[in-house]
Design a binder for this molecule. Sequence first.
Ligand SMILES: [Zn+2]
Length: 238
Amino acid sequence: MTMTDDEIRTIYHMIERYHAKYLAAAGVALPSLERGKGYTRDALTLVYLARDYPDTHVVSKEELTSFILEFFPGTTDVQQARHLAAQKGWYILSGTRGDLTSRELKAGEYQLKALEEPYPGFRPQRRQVAAGDWWEAMKADYDYCCACCGSREGRPHRYWKNTVTVLQMGHRDPRRPLTPDNTIPQCEKCNRPDRNWWLYDQNGRVVGLSSAAPVLRCDDALRREIWALLDEEFGKKR
Ligand SMILES: [Zn+2]
């Protein structure tokens, strides 16, 4: 089924009111309705699921995909509904095993359950909540890709094909706060094993250490080389 621009805006503004009243404080992020010349997939997905709220409809993935396809030609497989639930905290039920399920739903079906409460058990990523709009703008600047490995948000990871890429705020220098000039988008795979050891440039390249820990993992020869250099620099002062 198709929707007019008026319908889309009306429903989005309803969602916006519920979000402000019930969800914002829980750390659920409201996707912006538009970016550049068109709507965002996240907003379209929410709007489609929220039709006739609170008497929402069961929506199949195929139906959702064909709706999104009108705005994004070439769309083949819409992951937004899962993503909005598990990652962003919207209370969307899914019939797919492993997700929060509802017995009434079949695999590949979704239903928006409530706009008055977040997805059960949702824990916002504190970093993302504090960031606000610049983070969305930054992801757009990086074409929604991880600065380090290039995996694109919402798409299968380049190397872990069964993992849908989620972009997180990665530190360029972990010793400083996550301000815009100290942040790069990183996928979970690149961000998680980072261990706060590295300094990155804006393009996700490692340009230094932010911890002495990796030195201990170097082989003997390299550690002796480092030792000698540091001894030369600091030995006399000690
Ligand atoms: Zn990555």
